[in-house]
Ligand binder design. Sequence first.
Ligand code: SF4
Length: 175
Amino acid sequence: MILINTCAIRDNAEQRVRKRLNELGFVKKSKPDALIGVMGCMAERLKSKLLEEERLVDIVVGPDAYRELPNLVATADTGQKAVNVLLSREETYADISPVRLDSNGVSAFVSITRGCDNMCTFCVVPFTRGRERSRDPQSILNEVNDLVAKGFREVTLLGQNVDSYLWYGGGPKRF
Ligand code: SF4
């Protein structure tokens, strides 16, 4: 199985994904049972249209549906196409620790918000990452403490809109 994580913020990023999919045609030819999945913002933007445009793709999964991946893979394994591009108002993946494969052991990035409500006219983010939501502060502290224990010395907080982080009453911002 090959999963391609994608960005949709610029056309150039999407063109690179399409080029990579084109290159993966040989995989399907030599191993017809291989599954190819497109994850992330390009999957969210194009939804099932991606299956029509890129025939070798078996799985399309948006940025809020990664927990569904095992079920989507099981569906694709039966020969059906599998799509889940539902956006969530709650999902922050707070309880999932990222695997840092390309870490320098000193600096790390920690996500604290997802999505954006600003709807700037030129921007696709609210449509690909969904409504703004903040991550449970305790899970942020746990991740940072774990990084410190592993020797990291610099943490950069990440989010589409970090300065609108909001948490009150034991829960994220409500709409
Ligand atoms: S504030 Fe939100 S909508 Fe505006 S440019 Fe940034 S991510 Fe896009």
